[in-house]
Design a protein around this ligand. Structure first.
Ligand code: ATP
Ligand code: MG
Length: 249
């Protein structure tokens, strides 16, 4: 964190993560546009009181169930996620055996290498999306993000894509993949199009998914997914936003 922000500051945590994002941009890990995406996330986090609600827990549980039952699951990684929660990401990937795939919207020179070195520093075992010989293109996506690793997102049945852009989410869904997202904005195209939408901060959601995954078994996973209703989750997130502040003003 910047030296000028004391721990007693009421928004110390939020400021710490803001500084991490800025620092990540200077190190080429985060794209300039990543700062704007982070700001949008912060605004929505404010509106849910910067805490995990029941609708997020339910979606995290369904995410864990879906990843558990998948034949070829993959965890998509971008610059923001790498600076916000590298330890949690690597720990979940290594413990579950689900590969990480670096997938960037802005393929600026040096970014792939910068992200890779952070993940390696935290001990990542499997990182896809870095060797060109395995690259293929997903037709349904028009941006640079159509480049995927054929061992990862290319063949995946379940894709975890936190902080994702709407075009790509739509493309992945059209390709027939099950898409799980973490997105603080319940109204983003990603949130609406995904199969499982976790309206929460990635920092809080990832450890929760990991915990649910560790306790998962096949029977439970099937039961959870049989009754999961993503539209209901989004509706709950929206009604929480509209009601949350009413006692305070
Ligand atoms: P869409 O393309 O889906 O309509 P968008 O263009 O508004 O969304 P993008 O920049 O494409 O937004 O995607 C980033 C999304 O990630 C935003 O919806 C933002 O609210 C969300 N976000 C940013 N930071 C976090 C965070 N720490 N945790 C969870 N979500 C976040
Ligand atoms: Mg977008």
């Amino acid at each position: 964190m910047g030296d000028d922000v004391p721990q007693t500051h009421p928004r110390a945590k939020s400021l710490e993560f803001r500084h991490r994002i800025i620092d990540g941009m200077h190190k080429k890990i985060v794209a300039e546009a990543g700062l704007i995406a982070h700001g949008r996330g912060e605004a929505f986090d404010y509106l849910i009181g910067e805490k995990t609600h029941e609708f997020s827990k339910k979606a995290c549980e369904a995410a864990a169930a879906s990843l558990y039952l998948a034949d070829n699951p993959v965890l998509s990684v971008n610059g923001n996620v790498t600076v916000l929660c590298p330890e949690e990401l690597v720990s979940f990937s290594n413990a579950s055996g689900i590969p990480l795939e670096i997938n960037l919207f802005y393929r600026k020179e040096g970014r792939l290498e910068a992200i890779t070195s952070v993940l390696l520093e935290y001990g990542a075992k499997t990182i896809l999306g870095i060797e060109e010989e395995y690259f293929e293109e997903i037709n349904e996506i028009s941006s640079q993000r159509r480049i995927v690793d054929r061992r990862g997102i290319g063949k995946a049945d379940v894709v975890f894509v936190p902080l994702e852009d709407g075009d790509r989410t739509e493309g992945l869904v059209r390709e027939g993949k099950t898409v799980i997202t973490v997105d603080l904005n319940p109204l983003s195209r990603t949130s609406i199009k995904a199969n499982i939408t976790i309206v929460d901060n990635i920092i809080r959601a990832l450890p929760l998914i990991h915990e649910f995954y560790e306790q998962m078994n096949e029977e439970n996973a099937r039961r959870i997914l049989a009754t999961y209703d993503n539209q209901e989750i989004i509706r709950l997130a929206l009604s929480t936003i509209s009601e949350f502040w009413q006692d305070m003003i």
